[in-house]
Design a protein around this ligand. Structure first.
Ligand SMILES: [Zn+2]
Length: 93
């Protein structure tokens, strides 16, 4: 078993694995283009094309469209808790 036992196992406490985003991180250029009506995308989310990944410093968000850094989070050498588990809401029919 390779599962990290320090992660929460109680399904009632796993709501943080659902979308909890309060402040989206966006590319300034994509946002400008969307807000000024230069695209026919229905939402900024549809317009954005973002790479996310671990780096030497921490985690970087990179705009594929503009080939620019959006955000680079520095972990300062720390190893924050990371949870890659997926939690899907069951559809009730
Ligand atoms: Zn962009």
């Amino acid at each position: 078993m390779s599962e990290d036992n320090s992660l929460e196992q109680d399904i009632g406490k796993l709501s943080y694995l659902l979308n909890q985003i309060k402040e989206p991180i966006v590319c300034v250029k994509c946002s400008d283009e969307f807000m000024t009506g230069q695209t026919d995308a229905k939402s900024l989310q549809d317009y954005s094309r973002i790479d996310v990944g671990f780096t030497e410093r921490g985690i970087q968000l990179w705009c594929q469209r503009h080939q620019i850094n959006i955000c680079h989070i520095n972990f300062n050498g720390q190893k924050p808790e990371v949870d890659f588990r997926c939690l899907e809401k069951k559809e009730i029919k």
